[in-house]
Ligand binder design. Structure first.
Ligand code: PGU
Length: 402
């Protein structure tokens, strides 16, 4: 804990927002910061959550611990997301992908050689630091106030920039690494193509590394040519774990339900089964996802639930389109937002916390400074498309006066 360079990014942003609000009580602040869902869970899935709660109030249907998750849910996730390619003992139900990432960091421990995309979702780095897998920062932010986005010695950063079209140079991956890879990417919104993922898998196999593939935004992919899971690539079963959740697709950020896939073929360099160790670890430190949430998850897998997920993600993609158009009109170059709920906007020559402050102070719009996602985010701002339509429209209107 002592090695962490700053507080966790999103509470830091919330703190700055509170400070500004206290000084300007008249300001109507709009959040395009943290990627938190805003729209209600849709009726079919919500009905299943209600029914799940009712079952707990009935002697005939009451259930307690369900450590490994409902078999039907594990089978359903394999069928809907992976064409049935995994057995139920390869799909682990969880309370969300962030929580699984934390447990994976416990599994890999302090000796893990960690490689991340730069910028990246801060949990890959911060959680690894907490697990002991990094030395004190070498390239830490100059002012000690970058909200978690410094550079830690012992963590390998793979820059993803406009120059490499947001896909990193994989030749820097060392032997026996743990590689965190997120697509659609948070924060850049870039989505890796199938040949790019094939190159990633080849690099992992060449170096004996394990990929932790974060597919939390896979339901936002609209381009049919783009892969929705790393297991679309041959060989991924031998080198990749995938985490995903219902948070951003079904609006379960507050319900909490996700999963991890750990194929039986995946082995540590000593030959031990990662699947067995993961099962042992999860059984030891986790007591299972809420029964209520799991009933909701089952409904999210049937035809009506799939249609609701589509409608929900279409709505947020609609917001993303408005944000992109607003930025385009201002000649601000940006990517993302077409197959992802994030837009990554470039402010050349500017520090991202400065731009963050400008947008908050002048337009009362909260964003996320790119630096919080890593050193390569310094001149970028992340706009989140999670918000009510009227708020997004109002924020875009305010920005258009820039
Ligand atoms: N993975 C990625 C890539 C994410 O962006 C997020 C949420 C999660 C996992 C967490 O998913 P759960 O399944 O709900 O655990 N990222 C948001 C929220 C901030 C946070 O601290 O998680 C964001 O704004 O980046």
């Amino acid at each position: 804990m002592g090695r962490l360079e700053a507080g966790y990014l999103f509470p830091e942003i919330a703190r700055r927002r509170r400070e500004f609000a206290a000084a300007h009580p008249e300001a109507k602040i709009i959040s395009m910061g943290v990627g938190n869902t805003t729209e209600p869970v849709l009726p079919h899935i919500c009905g299943a959550l209600v029914e799940g709660a009712r079952r707990l109030g009935n002697a005939g249907t009451y259930s307690g611990y369900a450590d490994e998750g409902l078999a039907e849910l594990r089978e359903g996730i394999s069928r809907v997301y992976y064409r049935g390619a995994f057995g139920i003992d390869e799909v682990f139900i969880s309370d969300g992908s962030k929580c699984d990432i934390g447990r994976l960091q416990t599994l890999f421990g302090a000796d893990a050689k960690v490689t991340v995309q730069d910028p990246s979702y801060p949990v890959y780095v911060d959680g690894s630091v907490v697990a002991g897998a990094a030395g004190r920062g070498a390239a830490a932010c100059e002012d000690g106030d970058c909200g978690g986005g410094g550079g830690y010695a012992g963590i390998r950063y793979m820059p993803c920039t406009p120059e490499n079209n947001y896909f990193p140079d994989l030749s820097v991956i060392e032997k026996d690494s743990v590689i965190y890879f997120c697509s659609p990417n948070n924060p850049t919104g870039a989505v890796a193509t199938k040949p790019q993922l094939a190159a990633l898998v080849a690099a992992a196999i060449r170096t004996g590394s394990i990929i932790v593939y974060d597919a939390a935004y896979s339901e936002y992919i609209r381009d049919a040519a783009l892969p929705r899971t790393i297991y679309e690539v041959d060989g991924a079963r031998n080198c990749a774990i995938e985490v995903n959740s219902f948070s951003k697709s079904a609006g379960f950020t507050g319900v909490r339900l996700g999963w991890s896939v750990v194929p039986k073929e995946l082995l540590f360099s000593g030959g031990e089964s990662v699947n067995s160790d993961w099962a042992r670890l999860v059984a030891t430190v986790f007591n299972g996802a809420s029964n209520i949430a799991q009933y909701g998850g089952l409904a999210a897998l049937d035809d009506e639930g799939r249609a609701e997920i589509r409608a929900m993600t279409d709505f947020y993609l609609g917001n993303a389109h408005l944000i992109r158009e607003a930025l385009k009109a201002l000649n601000i170059s940006c990517i993302g937002g077409d197959n992802s709920p994030y837009i990554w906007a470039r402010f050349p020559g500017r520090g991202s916390w400065d731009v963050f402050a400008e947008l908050l102070e002048k337009y009362h719009v909260v964003t996320t400074p790119g630096r919080g996602f890593g050193p390569a985010g310094e001149t970028f701002i992340r706009f989140s498309a999670f918000g009510h339509r009227a708020d997004v429209e109002e924020a875009c209107k305010r920005l258009s006066t820039r």
